[in-house]
Design a protein around this ligand. Structure first.
Ligand code: C5P
Length: 232
């Protein structure tokens, strides 16, 4: 898979999701399904979107003992998602078990990427609540390296971290970056943002874009603008 724009379908129901996606008559965007939609609708939302021809990043961020993660990943693999993820904080044995679970009998599997430290965690909360005392930027890179060592395909990271991740883990280690905004758009609650063109410049492999597309007056035009800036 090459560079692409992944549309974050942060909707509460299948009906809202399909109403949104029905506006795309020419393209079949790569979509991200998160916990809210998956827990509301279950695996049928994945099957339905696959049947409609969409690629799917299933953003469920697994984190449990290796055996449980392995078995759960086997279920997601049978659902034929294209990308799924877990928390690198679950440690290398958990990430290795996840890969085993994902791998089908014929050797194929969905891409597996890791969340390092959530962007909602800052230095203070990491030290206070998790008793991790290294600088957060170092922790993020350490977790990325663990993911690489475990055999994963990449990480979810801020566009600002993508370059460093590539330097540390290699240019073929995927960086999937949310926090994307148009130069003339609303930033909303995102703190550190980049435009699609800047994300391309610094080497992001996939950008995850939600509200700049889902809340746009013309979502199809906004999606095309992302593609023009990031992919073309
Ligand atoms: O609407 P917006 O473009 O901000 O949506 C970004 C998407 O990426 C959301 O689904 C959000 O949960 C997700 N995300 C993020 N920051 C992270 C990890 C995931 O914004 N660090």
């Amino acid at each position: 898979m090459g560079k692409d724009v992944i549309v974050a379908c942060d909707f509460a129901s299948a009906a809202q999701t399909f109403a949104f996606l029905d506006r795309f008559t020419e393209e079949k965007p790569f979509v991200k399904i998160g916990m809210e939609l998956f827990y509301a609708e279950g695996p049928s939302i994945v099957r339905e979107l696959k049947a409609r021809g969409h690629k799917i990043f299933l953003d469920l961020k697994l984190h449990d003992i290796p055996n449980t993660v392995k078995k759960s990943m086997a279920v997601l693999s049978r659902l034929d998602v294209d990308i799924c993820n877990l928390h690198a904080g679950g440690t290398i044995p958990m990430m290795q078990a996840a890969l085993e679970g994902l791998t089908r009998e014929d050797g194929t599997r969905p891409l597996l990427i890791a969340v390092t430290q959530l962007t909602s965690t800052d230095q203070e909360t990491m030290e206070r609540d998790l008793m991790i005392h290294a600088p957060i930027a170092e922790v993020v890179m350490h977790y990325a390296k663990n993911a690489k060592d475990a055999g994963l395909d990449g990480v979810v990271c801020s566009p600002l971290e993508a370059q460093k991740v590539h330097e540390l883990c290699g240019s073929d280690f995927l960086t999937v970056t949310p926090g994307v905004r148009f130069a003339d758009g609303d930033v909303g609650d995102q703190k550190r943002v980049m435009t699609p063109a800047q994300a391309k410049e610094i080497g992001s492999d996939y950008i995850v874009v939600g509200r700049p597309i889902t809340a746009a007056e013309d979502p199809v035009a906004a999606y095309r603008r992302c593609l023009r800036e990031f992919v073309d």
